[in-house]
Design a protein around this ligand. Structure first.
Ligand code: FDA
Length: 302
């Protein structure tokens, strides 16, 4: 089932049909703030009022023209203006293929640098989402360059990859903040751990290394056992709450989100908006096929 949804997420024709469908809002409302920046601002303000930080994500990936990459940049520059004018407690989360990585590193950097300048000025951060493993090395090289030039960047490392142990060591040694997630793409056994228990065990191992030696790491998971283990680990060692943050996705495990905030820890929610919702949405279905029933119920109600 998981593989089927991940395969669906890459079907371009289905994607363009779905994204232009009038029932899209009904399908996506659980996971996505809305189509516009105004929708994103409204959701972010509510979350900030509840003491929750936000990572704004303007949906999009694998752009196919240089103009689309420039448009992505402009969307984020508009988002930074909103962060400033609305005084949002928010970072920006981006995918490098949205900024032209499929064309060249230079194109990509020329589109990302204006965002870094804004993030540094506003004392926030650009978080660089990790895409499939064909992008891992290139993405981390760009993160390292941005860290050296601007500082205000966060890498994302996926616990399912075999290379992760070495990547965490390197990010820690360079002082680069990391968001640790399990990994959301379909990967072969050559590059990634295939079973859930193995991924979870590696997640916990890397989480300890980040909490001990990392710079303001982000523990990004809705796995209750992992969140509770993180809480136990930091309490046992007396690590203060401001030393790291939890991250979760908008619309997932609101009960756990509440628990973390009530316990006095920092929580940042990843809140996507925009019209290019299809691949993101399919990855959320792949993670939990039970979401399909939720979807069908909403479609029946619409
Ligand atoms: P797991 O999949 O084991 O789920 C634990 C529990 O969480 C489930 O039992 C269920 O209750 C709930 N849950 C999880 N997913 C759900 C869903 N879709 N719908 C409903 N309930 C769900 N990946 C990546 O490859 N690159 C990236 O850059 C990022 N970025 C990112 C940012 C943030 C803030 C988060 C939280 C996650 C990501 N991810 C990601 C996604 C990540 O790799 C992973 O696919 C999901 O977080 C699901 O894994 P969990 O750790 O939640 O555990």
């Amino acid at each position: 089932m998981r593989s089927f949804f991940l395969w669906l997420s890459r079907q371009r024709l289905l994607r363009s049909w779905m994204e232009s469908s009038s029932t899209a809002r009904v399908l996506t409302k659980r996971f996505i703030a809305g189509n516009t920046l105004a929708d994103e601002i409204a959701v972010s303000k509510e979350l900030n009022a509840d003491g929750i930080l936000v990572a704004l994500d303007h949906l999009g990936e694998n752009v196919s023209t240089l103009d689309e990459a420039t448009i992505s940049r402009d969307h984020y520059l508009e988002a930074f203006r909103a962060i400033e004018s609305e005084k949002l407690q928010a970072s920006a989360s981006i995918k490098l293929t949205q900024f032209g990585l499929d064309f060249s590193r230079e194109v990509c950097l020329s589109n990302v640098v204006p965002l870094m300048e804004q993030a540094r000025r506003l004392r926030t951060r650009v978080e660089i989402d990790m895409e499939d493993s064909s992008y891992t090395q290139r993405t981390l090289e760009i993160v390292e360059e941005l860290h050296e030039r601007y500082g205000c960047v966060r890498a994302v490392i996926q616990a399912y990859l075999h290379r992760t142990d070495a990547d965490i060591e390197r990010m820690n040694s360079l002082g680069i903040p990391v968001r640790l997630c399990k990994g959301a793409y379909r990967e072969s056994a050559a590059v990634a751990i295939q079973d859930k228990l193995g991924v979870d065990a590696n997640y916990v191992k890397q989480m300890y290394k980040l909490l001990d030696f990392g710079v303001y790491p982000a523990i990004a998971s809705h796995d209750e056992a992992i969140v509770r283990e993180a809480l136990r680990y930091v309490k046992d060692r007396g690590y203060p709450a401001h030393r790291f943050e939890f991250q979760m996705l908008h619309g997932i495990r609101r009960d756990l989100q509440k628990h973390v905030v009530q316990a006095g820890y920092n929580l940042r929610l990843y809140v996507p908006y925009g019209e290019a919702w299809y691949p993101y949405f399919m990855r959320r279905l792949a993670e939990r096929p039970a979401n399909v029933w939720f979807l069908l119920r909403n479609m029946a109600r619409a």
